[in-house]
Design a protein around this ligand. Structure first.
Ligand code: SF4
Ligand code: SF4
Length: 367
């Protein structure tokens, strides 16, 4: 028989492992999962065909005898300013810099989450000695983590489509353990999960530079800078290049402007501090675009080993850096401008056509 004491023990244990939040939910077909079909049919997922996996919509298909989902959240917010506060202060006489999404500054979050989820899974084996199935996913499985997190009581799904927690904001990763254990949910049966506190606010919709949030709670991922810079292979559609601004990997804008992300706690996980990137005293926080655009393939592999940024691949990151250079306000007549032009001219000969096209586009804007 599942007991409240077991649920409390799991939540407490997750917290002792460093997770900021933990909740448990029964693996049901929540309404948001069926709405997902309509979103896919509208084509909003772009090339992310893996999102069509049936198991995302039907939790019972994700694992045999699946009863419960343990959802854990890990804060990755570091004590660095937000992109919207930095963008306006960039000096056009200096080397242009790019913006990498906050979550990717440190070590690959998949690995950090994995270690903690595996430790929790081992603890479950000790606590519940009978046979049971358990499988951990650190943003890697065919699971709608956000929806389970909502019904486990961790927060609400905001108009920017992310999970928001009243105290933690949205700077956290979600990891889940699917299990055949029959556990009491953290939101008791008959009670509702935390209310939607977005109210009349629409700051995320108004701030999105590409109009990817086509209406509250609905994102057209094909327009989202995160999708364009990380998932999309090949050329970036021309009309979306300028609104990309200085973003080279992901985009934080709709989180930066969210009032629930003001004065939120800083992570206790040291792995999420920005990585040092090369011999200069530089990190992945606002890196120089010239460094990114000049990366060779071997360099890329070495520098981004153990980083979530591997996902963009070398071609994608250099392409994105070219576009950000084209959007930079680098001042003519400065050494930074001369260096940028030389670099982009060199990239015109890239064997990768998306890089060459992006370099051409950038040159046409700054020369
Ligand atoms: Fe818009 Fe950026 Fe948010 Fe995507 S991540 S919806 S581009 S603000
Ligand atoms: Fe909700 Fe406003 Fe945050 Fe958007 S910016 S998610 S509307 S609270």
């Amino acid at each position: 028989m599942p007991t409240a004491a077991d649920t409390t023990w799991i939540v407490d244990h997750a917290r002792s492992l460093g997770f900021d939040l933990c909740g448990i939910v029964r693996a049901e077909s929540f309404p948001e999962l069926s709405q997902f079909d309509e979103w896919l049919t509208s084509g909003y997922a772009g090339e992310m065909t893996y999102l069509a996996d049936e198991r995302r919509r039907q939790p019972s298909l994700a694992m045999e005898n699946l009863h419960s989902v343990i959802v854990c959240a890990l804060n990755y917010n570091t004590a660095y300013p937000y992109s919207v506060d930095c963008a306006a202060t960039t000096d056009p006489s200096q080397e242009p810099r790019g913006w990498i999404s906050r979550y990717a500054w440190g070590s690959d979050y998949h690995e950090v989450l994995w270690r903690k989820l595996n430790a929790l899974q081992s603890a479950l084996r000790q606590k519940f000695p009978g046979p049971f199935a358990a499988r951990s996913y650190a943003d890697t499985g065919p699971v709608a983590e956000r929806v389970f997190a909502k019904y486990a009581g961790l927060g609400w799904l905001g108009k920017n489509t992310l999970l928001l927690n009243e105290n933690l904001g949205s700077w956290f990763f979600l990891g889940v353990i699917l299990t055949s254990l029959d556990l009491l949910p953290t939101v008791p049966l008959g009670e509702t999960p935390p209310p939607d506190l977005c109210g009349n606010c629409r700051q995320c919709l108004d701030a999105c530079p590409t109009g990817a949030l086509i209406e509250p709670y609905v994102m057209d991922a094909r327009k989202c800078i995160s999708y364009l810079t990380i998932e999309l292979r090949g050329e970036i559609p021309e009309d979306l290049r300028e609104p990309m601004g200085w973003q080279v990997y992901g985009c934080d804008i709709c989180q930066d402007v969210c009032p629930y992300n003001r004065n939120v706690p800083i992570t206790a996980t040291p792995e999420f501090q920005p990585r040092q990137i090369h011999h200069e005293d530089e990190t992945l926080f606002q890196p120089k675009l010239s460094w990114l655009a000049a990366l060779g393939q071997q360099d890329f592999r070495e520098k981004f080993r153990g980083s979530a940024m591997k996902r963009a691949k070398w071609q994608g990151l250099v392409r994105n850096a070219c576009i950000a250079l084209g959007n930079s306000r680098v001042q003519k007549g400065t050494p930074a401008h001369a260096e940028t032009v030389t670099l982009l001219q060199h990239l015109l000969n890239s064997p990768d056509s998306a890089i060459a096209i992006s370099a051409q586009w950038a040159l046409s804007r700054i020369e």
